[in-house]
Write a protein of this length. Sequence first.
Length: 120
Amino acid sequence: MTQKEIKIKGTAYPVAFNMRTMLNFEEITGKPFFGETFDTLKPRIALILAAVLAADEQTTLTVDMLMQADDWQTVQDIITAYATIMEMTGEFFKVPAVEPKDKEPEPKDDEDETEGKTKN
């Protein structure tokens, strides 16, 4: 199992993404993992806690600690932790990296580059 580390309020916590993480998420939220959009903070916080619990069932981190972020630095810690876990999610599901489209597509063999017309 691959583990990484996140920091919340200066404390390091191990995180893991695996089946246990998904089940933890469902136990915490009462919602299915698949189909969740993670477009609000609550499911993101639940995912962070689920990943911490998957790595360390005896963790001292709680959902209340995450939801009571009282300064901007803690909010940034939560955002960074979520990004780390989503990166792990991509690795778990073997999602391929998307190649940037900074180049124009090469012309096809049957097109004339200078006029953009099909050859006869």
